[in-house]
Design a protein around this ligand. Sequence first.
Ligand code: SIN
Length: 278
Amino acid sequence: MQITKASEAVGAIVEGVDLTSLTDDEFVEIREAFFDSGALFFRNQQLTPEDHIAFAERWNDIDINRFFTPVEGYPQIAKVLKEPDQEVNIGGGWHTDHSYDEIPAMGSILYALEIPPSGGDTLFAGMHAAYEALDDEMKVRLDGLQARHGNAHIFGKDSAYQKKFGGRFGNTESAVQEAIHPVVLSHPETGAKGLYVNPGFTLEIVDMDPAESTALLDELYAHIQQPQFHFRLQWQEGMLAMWDNRSTWHYALNDYQGHRRYLNRITIAGVPLDQASS
Ligand code: SIN
């Protein structure tokens, strides 16, 4: 098995491994690389839904997504699907999954079944690298801050997104989750500090004037959106990508109108998050 960095800031490519027959030693190596790099990419995997579930369960329990359409017969697997005649995709903006939950999902495991002839790449951003590149003044300013996250504006039945999305999300009445998390997170596995706010689900910095909160979040988002913190994944059918929601953002590009793109996603349960101590 070879593991090589995908970019300086985020991700690693794992080669020479079959995820249906991983040894315990290989799994230990993969786990370490995952928490170190924030995302892993495996090409040429031949996974049945059962294989996908079995791999996910090696990490932790499965966190069943409330809103995505499940694969028939496999409630643990959510479809990330855009048909040729649909215009809005899932995840078409920078975000991290489930930050609106009290105990956010650890990560997601996405397996590619049908990829358009061109386009449909996914961008990843590394939150540890982005945090480390902040100047000292900003690091001091962020110390001890907390942010409120929510999902009603995305998955709620009256949200603009759900309307644009053609009502394809289910359970919209249960999009009521809100949670408060540290702005700078000490990673639960490695202790490394990273930014934990995202444009998809972060609503505001707690106990801050709204205009100041918006300005601070916009400044952090502009910082993270610099390309030196990114990796662009070009999908192939049979590729599996997994990312750590506590240390990355991702963004599914929507530039393949008229083509089908279909991947299956399993979300893995996480652990309570702690404030990073300076
Ligand atoms: C997602 O946000 O989970 C979807 C990512 C993708 O389709 O590449």
